[in-house]
Design a protein around this ligand. Structure first.
Ligand SMILES: NC(=O)c1ccc[n+]([C@@H]2O[C@H](COP(=O)([O-])OP(=O)(O)OC[C@H]3O[C@@H](n4cnc5c(N)ncnc54)[C@H](OP(=O)(O)O)[C@@H]3O)[C@@H](O)[C@H]2O)c1
Length: 426
C-alpha cells in the first residue's frame, strides 16, 4: 500500500485534535483513501513542552526546513497560526509541489487569493475548511453542495466567544464584563479578547465566506465592523420587549456585482433560526436562488471539532490526489425573474431590499410618546414601529426603511444618534 506523508506545522489545540483523529481512525482512513497516512514531522516552537498526547512515535522539530526541504512530504497541515512567517512557509510548500491545508483565518483573510493562485500554478491543493466556523463544514457546503446556486446572502454567528457573552447577558442578565470574565474562566475567551469581542475574528471569516459565496475578493478593512463591547443589558432588554435577540452577525450580500460585508450587533427576530443559537455555538445561514434558505449549525472551535474539519480536508486531498483539486465554483450573475425584471425596468430603488434598523437616539428631555411624533415627522418615508424610553436619557426606535437613510434623515433633523443596529428576520 502506498504511503502519504504529512507534516504538521503546530501541535496546539487544533494540531493535537488532528493527530488524535488520525490515530483513532487510522484503519478507516486507510480503507477510504487506499493509502497509509504517515505523520512524518511535526513543527513546534518548543520540543520540551509537555503535550496532551503521546508524542514518542513522532519526529518533533523546531526547524521548519526539515519539512519544507523534505521532498517526501506530500501534504503540509498548517495549524500554528500567525501571518508572518507562516505565509512564507506556506508559499514555499505550495511552490515545491506540496498540498497545503490550513485553519488559519487571520492569514487567509489577507492572502487567500494569492495562495490559491500559487496552488493552481503548481497543480496542488489549498484547503481551508476549518478557517470558517471550525467544525461546521461550510466551505465544502458552499463550494460543492451549493455550487449550482447563485448565493445572494449569507449571515452567521461566526464567533463563539461573543455569542457566549451575549447569551449570558440575555439569559442571566449578566453585565458585559461579568459575562466576559466567565467566558475567560471557562476557556471560551482569550486573555486578550479584542479580536473576538470587537468583531475582527468574525470579519476575517466574512472575508473568506464572501470569496466562496460571491467569488469576489473583499478587503478586511472594507468589512463594516462593530463588536459587542458597547452592547448593554438595557439594549438586550429593549430588544427582547420588541421581540428580538441581539446577536453578533457577520453578513455578506451580493447585489448587481457588488458585495457588502459587515459584522455588527444585530437584532434577530426571536422566530428566526439564528436567534436560537446560544453560548459558544456557531451557525451560518445561506440563501441560494435554487435551494432557498439553508442553515448550518455546530461547534465553531475546539480541538476535535476543528480537527474534524482539518481531517476532512486531508481525506479530500488524499482522494483527489494529483487531480485538479480546489476550483472555485463559476460565478453566475443573479438572474432570478424578479431581479431580471427590476434590472430591465431600471428601477434601482426596488432592488434594495427593505431593511430595518434599531436606532437609539438622545431623548432631548422628552417622553417617548412626544418623541414618536417628532421621529415620524422626521421620517416621512419610513414606518416607525416602536419608540421606547430608556433609563439613560435615550429612547430606542425601530424603523423600517429602504436603506440607511433613516440615520441620515434623523441626523439632519437634529437628532443625536447613540447607536444603530440592523434588524433581521422581521
Ligand atoms: N483553537 C480553535 O478551536 C481553532 C478553531 C478554528 C481555527 N483555528 C486556527 O487554527 C490555528 C491554530 O490554533 P490553535 O488554537 O491550535 O493554536 P495553539 O494552541 O496556540 O497552537 C499553536 C501551535 O503552533 C506552534 N507554533 C506557533 N508558532 C510557531 C512558530 N513560529 N514555529 C514553530 N511552531 C509554532 C506552537 O508550538 P508550541 O506548542 O511548542 O508552543 C503550537 O504547537 C490558528 O490559525 C487558529 O486561528 C483554531
Amino acid at each position: 500500500m502506498k504511503q502519504l506523508n504529512i507534516a504538521l506545522l503546530g501541535l496546539g489545540t487544533v494540531g493535537s485534535g488532528v493527530v488524535k483523529i488520525i490515530e483513532e481512525n487510522q484503519q478507516q482512513i486507510q480503507d477510504t483513501i487506499g493509502k497509509k497516512l504517515h505523520i512524518k514531522h511535526i513543527l513546534v516552537r518548543s520540543k520540551s513542552k509537555k503535550r496532551p498526547i503521546n508524542i514518542t512515535q513522532y519526529h518533533l522539530t523546531e526547524n521548519v526546513e526539515d519539512i519544507l526541504n523534505d521532498e517526501e512530504v506530500d501534504i503540509v497541515i498548517e495549524v500554528m497560526g500567525g501571518i508572518t512567517p507562516t505565509v512564507d512557509w506556506l508559499k514555499q510548500a505550495l511552490s515545491s509541489g506540496k498540498h497545503v491545508i490550513t485553519a488559519n483565518k487571520d492569514l487567509l483573510a489577507v492572502h487567500l487569493r494569492e495562495l490559491e493562485d500559487l496552488a493552481e500554478a503548481n497543480g496542488v491543493a489549498l484547503k481551508f475548511e476549518a478557517s470558517v466556523a471550525g467544525g461546521i463544514p461550510i466551505v465544502n457546503a458552499i463550494n460543492n453542495g451549493l455550487n449550482a446556486n447563485n448565493i445572494s446572502k449569507f449571515m452567521g454567528i461566526l464567533n463563539g466567544t461573543s455569542n457566549f457573552i451575549l447569551s449570558k447577558m440575555t439569559q442571566e442578565n449578566a453585565s458585559y464584563q461579568d459575562a466576559l470574565d466567565e467566558a475567560q474562566a471557562l476557556g471560551f475567551a482569550e486573555a486578550d479578547p479584542t479580536d473576538d469581542v470587537e468583531g475582527i475574528d468574525a470579519a476575517r471569516k466574512v472575508v473568506i465566506t464572501s470569496y466562496l459565496s460571491f467569488n469576489q475578493v473583499i478587503r478586511l478593512e472594507d468589512v463594516k465592523c462593530q463588536g459587542i463591547s458597547q452592547v448593554t443589558t438595557d439594549d438586550i432588554a429593549l430588544a427582547d420587549a420588541l421581540g428580538y435577540k441581539i446577536k453578533l452577525i457577520g453578513k455578506g450580500t451580493y447585489d448587481k456585482g457588488r458585495v457588502q460585508a459587515s459584522v455588527e450587533p444585530t437584532l434577530i427576530h426571536k422566530e428566526h433560526q439564528l436567534a436560537s443559537v446560544e453560548n459558544e455555538f456557531n451557525a451560518i445561514y445561506v440563501i441560494g436562488d435554487a435551494v432557498g434558505e439553508t442553515m448550518f449549525y455546530g461547534k465553531g472551535a475546539g480541538s476535535l471539532a476543528t480537527g474534524s474539519a482539518v481531517a476532512s480536508d486531508l481525506l479530500n486531498v488524499a482522494l483527489q490526489f494529483e487531480s485538479n483539486l480546489h476550483t472555485l465554483p463559476p460565478h453566475f450573475e443573479l438572474k432570478t425573474d424578479e431581479t431580471k425584471e427590476m434590472m430591465e425596468s431600471g428601477d434601482e430603488t426596488k432592488l434594495k431590499s427593505k431593511e430595518s434598523f434599531y436606532i437609539v437616539v438622545h431623548n432631548q428631555g422628552k417622553e417617548a410618546f412626544q418623541l414618536e411624533d417628532d421621529i415620524k415627522a422626521a421620517l416621512p418615508l419610513h414606518k416607525t414601529l416602536k419608540v421606547k424610553d430608556r433609563d439613560d436619557s435615550t429612547a430606542s426606535i425601530l424603523v423600517v426603511g429602504l436603506d440607511e437613510s433613516p440615520v441620515k434623515e434623523l441626523e439632519a433633523k437634529g437628532f443625536e444618534i447613540e447607536k444603530v443596529y440592523p434588524v433581521e428576520g422581521n
